[in-house]
Design a binder for this molecule. Structure first.
Ligand code: ADP
Length: 192
């Protein structure tokens, strides 16, 4: 099962991805987590992307595409994956289509999490208090949401045309959202 999660910051992608990972045994590939790990380890990549993450800008497409190509090639992704945070731009989406074509795979399902910006902002401010992420400050939150609407949201149309897009209302209890996801995943599995 190859799953893609799209949706604004704070819409619950990471929370649901962890549940899908636990239930179906496929890895949660979260680009933000990968980049933060690189920063933590002080690798060359980490040094390069640190200021970008802190300011809420996007890491260059080529860098992200290489990172994902390498990650999807690892053995644990053979049975499937949950992509969270990639693609975020149209060149990234085209690159992903190509990568999947090359290995003869396709996305089983794409979930679009929907959440109004004001609720997203509230959630992120709360998360900032709990986790202390340096990019969860009001200005940077606004920049990230803006970039989401400008560059990432248009990808919804890309996947709608591919015919495997499911909309999810993110402003509901975690359990309810997960039940809906599970139902959709089971239907997708039955189709394939
Ligand atoms: P959020 O969705 O809350 O912004 P993430 O943890 O997904 O958080 O990403 C954190 C940051 O990592 C982004 O603001 C961006 O700088 C960088 N990043 C993650 N994924 C990508 C990507 N696919 N393309 C470009 N930059 C990315």
């Amino acid at each position: 099962m190859n799953v893609l999660l799209l949706g604004p910051q704070g819409s619950g992608k990471g929370t649901q991805a962890k549940r899908i990972e636990a239930e179906y045994g496929i890895p949660h590939i979260a680009t933000g987590d990968m980049l933060r790990a690189a920063i933590e380890e002080g690798t060359e990549l980490g040094e390069r992307v640190k200021p970008i993450l802190e300011s809420g800008q996007l890491v260059p497409d080529e860098l992200m595409i290489d990172l994902i190509r390498e990650r999807l090639g690892q053995p644990d992704a053979e049975r499937g994956f949950i992509l969270d945070g990639f693609p975020r731009t149209s060149p990234q989406a085209d690159a992903l289509d190509e990568m999947l074509d090359d290995i003869g795979r396709r996305l089983s399902i794409v979930f679009e999490f929907q959440l109004p910006d004001d609720i997203a902002r509230e959630r992120l401010v709360r998360r900032a208090e709990l986790e202390g992420r340096p990019d969860d400050t009001p200005d940077v939150i606004d920049r990230r949401l803006e970039l989401y609407h400008e560059l990432t949201e248009p990808l919804v149309e890309h996947y709608r045309l591919q015919g495997n897009l499911i909309g999810i209302h993110g402003d509901r209890p975690v359990k309810e959202v997960f039940a809906e996801i599970q139902q959709a995943l089971e239907q997708a599995a039955a189709r394939s």
